[in-house]
Write a protein that binds this ligand. Sequence first.
Ligand code: 5GP
Ligand code: ZN
Length: 120
Amino acid sequence: MTQAECVFCKIVAGQIPSAKVYEDDACIAFLDIGPLADAHLLLVPRAHYEWITDMPGEQVGVVAGRIPKLARAVLKVSDAEGFNVLQNNGRSSGQAVPHVHFHIIPRREGDGLGYRWNAG
Ligand code: 5GP
Ligand code: ZN
């Protein structure tokens, strides 16, 4: 997939709609179209990078620095008891959209999502 075809670049550019909840010079956050829970957010840098290892560390710091504020908002609007931050890199990790993104996933006891990965 080229950058021109990237769905998150299109969302950043406003070429396809999204339920945007936050934006600034560096990043935007919007609701995941296939949420694992109500208020499941995606936080993405405006600039296109496929993997977090492609990004300058300072830019990772700027984008990741928005996580506490966004997670506090997620906790406030949902009745979540906790949350996961998930950031996948590469198909083998589960990355489907090749534009760096952080998932903020609200969690509740008994929500069935689990939190352990089987080792084998
Ligand atoms: P990944 O598996 O790459 O870590 O997660 C990609 C996420 O992007 C998935 O949770 C998926 O539901 C979400 N997603 C894919 N396409 C769109 C879209 O067009 N709009 C929104 N809001 N989310 C999307
Ligand atoms: Zn992109």
